[in-house]
Design a protein. Structure first.
Length: 244
């Protein structure tokens, strides 16, 4: 119950920041418009364009995890959040998860915009819901782990796109040429986002994808839990949690 109260409190703060709010709206809309214009001449829409926009918008919100910590640092509250009787893992997840929670509005937003533009909607079923939930879970754990390293720098907001955007592109969000599939696939298997994206796109899924998702996600969870105290203690020692 305490965790949900912490998360709800952080979510209220998160959606009061116009940058975080507008980022999802802009990224989702821009990606959908790109898909709309790319197929406008031939009208050969596949019905999955809105899913691409939804994934992009959700992930764009998740990439603000570093920004969320930077915002707490700017307010002068980050050092106090991490120096309480509550476990640091719980505090960090409660602080970072609102980015992924708010990002979920990208899917209904993309669907509504697609209907307005006259684009078809496909894959409105239970599999889509499962894929979105798995994508959300992987995004939270992955952004948590990456954000730990962002605690050690005050320039995290400048670096976040350089780290997180390539991860999404290598996870199969966009189609890649057949000639590069064998080169890219090992990277996709190492990304916890690949399986959820394949589920959302209703692509063929083998047992290898499922096993890879479970192992990689478990490894990232253990790694994040192991590194949390070390990174936070170093940040305190080096004075990296102070106000800008």
């Amino acid at each position: 119950m305490r965790f949900f109260k912490l998360t709800l409190f952080q979510l209220k703060l998160y959606i009061k920041n116009s940058y975080f709010v507008n980022l999802v709206l802009v990224e989702t809309t821009m990606m959908l418009l790109y898909e709309y214009l790319a197929h406008y001449a031939t009208k050969d829409y596949t019905g999955s364009e809105w899913l691409i926009a939804g994934i992009m918008g959700t992930w764009a919100s998740c990439t603000t995890s570093a920004g969320a910590l930077g915002y707490q640092r700017f307010q002068g509250t980050l050092m106090y959040l991490l120096n309480t009787g509550i476990s640091r893992e719980e505090v960090l997840i409660a602080t970072l998860s609102p980015a992924a929670i708010y990002g979920l509005i990208a899917f209904p937003l993309a669907g509504i915009e697609a209907l307005v533009l006259g684009m078809p909607l496909k894959y409105l079923d239970l599999q889509l819901i499962i894929g979105v939930l798995l994508f959300w879970l992987a995004s939270v754990i992955l952004s948590y782990l990456i954000s730990l390293f962002f605690l050690l720098t005050k320039n995290a907001m400048q670096y976040e796109e350089l780290v997180l955007l390539p991860i999404l592109l290598l996870s199969g969000m966009l189609a890649i040429p057949v000639a590069f599939e064998k080169v890219i696939q090992p990277f996709q298997l190492l990304s916890p986002l690949s399986l959820p994206i394949r589920i959302i796109y209703h692509q063929t899924i083998s047992m290898g994808w499922i096993v890879s998702y479970i192992l990689i996600l478990g490894l990232l969870f253990i790694l994040g839990k192991t590194l949390t105290n070390y990174v936070v203690q170093r940040a305190f020692k080096e004075g990296r949690l102070n106000v800008f």
